[in-house]
Design a protein around this ligand. Sequence first.
Ligand SMILES: [Zn+2]
Length: 182
Amino acid sequence: MGGGLDGVLLILHGAMVIASYPDGEGEVLRRVRGHLRECLGEAGKLVPIAADLDLHANTSDAMAANASVLTAYRKNPHTDAREAGSRAAQFLNRLMDSGEATQIVRVAPPVICAPRGTGTDTEPMITLQAAARRLEAEHPELLEVCPGRLRLRRHRLRRRQFPGHDDGGGKRCPRPAGSAGR
Ligand SMILES: [Zn+2]
């Protein structure tokens, strides 16, 4: 997109609660996407936003609708935060290079698993993580399958070219009015 903004990488958690927003990360992603659309118009919908999350993230429709890629820790205790962030960065790089667009599919079955039941060295997480890796291997169009709190988030790839991606004519995204000093 020329001298403009090619992509956004966010290091998030996924269970943030703010007094006025129960879905903190959903609101962060909604605002970032909203700002891109404000600055770039329809092209702002296609600027890739990648973020990583904790395995225990409370995923929401707002997160799925406004991010392009979400990765998640695969280990509990969490010893792989760096790897999850690295995968998010690599996916972002791929989307910026290729112009591919993604769709996040959030599946939330009516199951609650106590936090102590989500250790990844024990069941059911051993089986769920293995199933996620198997789905990724068998379906390359699924960039990342994240079982967390017994919820699967799938990333399905769709081919779509960014308007202005090839011509280098992207617009700059200015600082919003009144934001100086924040
Ligand atoms: Zn956690």
